[in-house]
Ligand binder design. Structure first.
Ligand code: NAP
Ligand code: GLV
Ligand code: GLV
Length: 333
């Protein structure tokens, strides 16, 4: 049986499926596998299951002469040098769709929590401060931002961006979007309007980032863009940390160029930023957009289905680099 190495424990359903078709080894430590250990482990593996926290590049491929397929346990694959993989005839797969709803729900979780200051209010209540203050209810206590009927701007109108928009309809919102490709069908279905990025930023009350990290989207939200936003606007980033220039964001939040931010992703992970993390107008999560039982099990199953299809000589269902098909046929032979 071909050998697969999995760089972290994933839900059991995926491992069980893989064990029917592969010799499976799992990195059991909860910490990231040290680079030098990974380079050692992959010397005789045929397939690799990776996390978004591992950089998969030429050095890895050089160390893995048998490697034919890398299945990323994530939909984003900016951690993988896909061009280099394709050049070497190595298949790359990801986990789209199965995490779309969970991640869109989480964008909304951050949006609502930031708009209504839930984390600040939780701290106030839980710490006993409310009781100590002795004010039961006050018309001006913890005022936040209205959500219903406001304008939502979505940057990156793919699977997750569109799912965020579907939810916005229930909140009676005007929906603006910017994306690489226009989507006339979805525009009609959701009543969404395409806008150049600058127009979207200046008109939206809530801006949700749902683009992949690429050369083009690196720091696409910086000082200039944040200054275009309304001082009452809230930025939600569930894409990748490097899409936003953090230092510009900190100034925007401190100096009131925007009202708040809900963040799930950071320029480096794990992350700590004393100034940013001391602000009350941010809600912070440790990259848990897809962290539901259902989504994570769906991802585990999809990773397994990709590897099993490849083993059977079939095109993996969520192949990222289709160009590889003209270089090598699927299969471990
Ligand atoms: P997707 O369906 O590929 O959607 C991405 C959208 O962004 C596409 O519509 C794409 O346009 C557009 N886009 C790409 N480059 C752009 C640019 N330079 N300017 C404007 N739009 C651009 O991917 P998805 O499944 O929605 O996932 C999106 C990203 O979310 C992932 O890549 C990942 O980084 C992130 N994510 C984060 C979490 C989390 O835990 N926080 C969970 C899941 C995903 P085209 O249609 O032309 O390609
Ligand atoms: C998570 O961030 C993913 O890309 O799946
Ligand atoms: C608030 O609790 C209200 O009844 O308006």
């Amino acid at each position: 049986m071909p050998k697969v190495f999995i760089t972290r424990r994933i839900p059991e359903n995926g491992i069980r499926l893989l064990m029917e078709h592969f010799e499976v080894e799992v990195w059991e430590d909860e910490h990231e596998i040290p680079r030098e250990v990974l380079l050692e482990k992959i010397r005789d593996v045929d397939a690799l299951v990776t996390m978004l926290s591992e950089r998969i590049d030429a050095e890895i491929f050089d160390a893995a002469p048998r490697l034919k397929i890398v299945a990323n346990y994530a939909v984003g694959y900016d951690n993988i040098d896909v061009e280099e993989a394709t050049r070497r005839g190595i298949y790359v797969t990801n986990t789209p769709d199965v995490l779309t709803n969970a991640t869109a729900d989480f964008a909304w979780t951050l949006l609502l929590a930031t708009a209504r200051r839930l984390v600040e209010a939780d701290r106030f209540t839980r710490s006993g401060e409310w009781k100590r203050r002795g004010v039961a209810w006050h018309p001006l206590m913890f005022l936040g931002h209205d959500v219903y009927g406001k304008t939502m701007g979505i940057v990156g109108f793919g699977r997750i961006g569109q799912a965020v928009a579907r939810r916005a309809k229930g909140f009676g919102m005007r929906i603006l979007y910017n994306s690489r490709t226009r989507r006339p069908g979805v525009e009609k279905e959701l009543g969404a309007e395409f806008k150049p990025l600058d127009g979207l930023l200046s008109e939206s009350d809530f801006v949700v980032l749902a683009v992949p990290l690429t050369k083009e989207t690196y720091h696409m939200i910086g000082e200039r863009e944040l200054k275009l936003m309304k001082p009452t606007a809230i930025l939600v980033n569930i894409a990748r940390g490097k899409v936003v220039d953090t230092e510009a964001l900190v100034r925007a939040l401190k100096e009131g160029w925007i009202a708040g931010a809900g963040l799930d992703v950071y320029e480096e992970e794990p992350y700590y930023h004393e100034e940013l993390f001391s602000l009350d107008n941010v809600v912070l999560a440790p990259h848990i957009g897809s962290a539901t039982h259902g989504a994570r099990e769906g991802m585990a199953e999809l990773v397994a289905r990709n590897l099993i299809a490849f083993k059977n000589g079939e095109v993996p269902p969520t192949l990222v680099n289709r160009e590889v098909l003209s270089i090598r046929k699927p299969g471990f032979e």
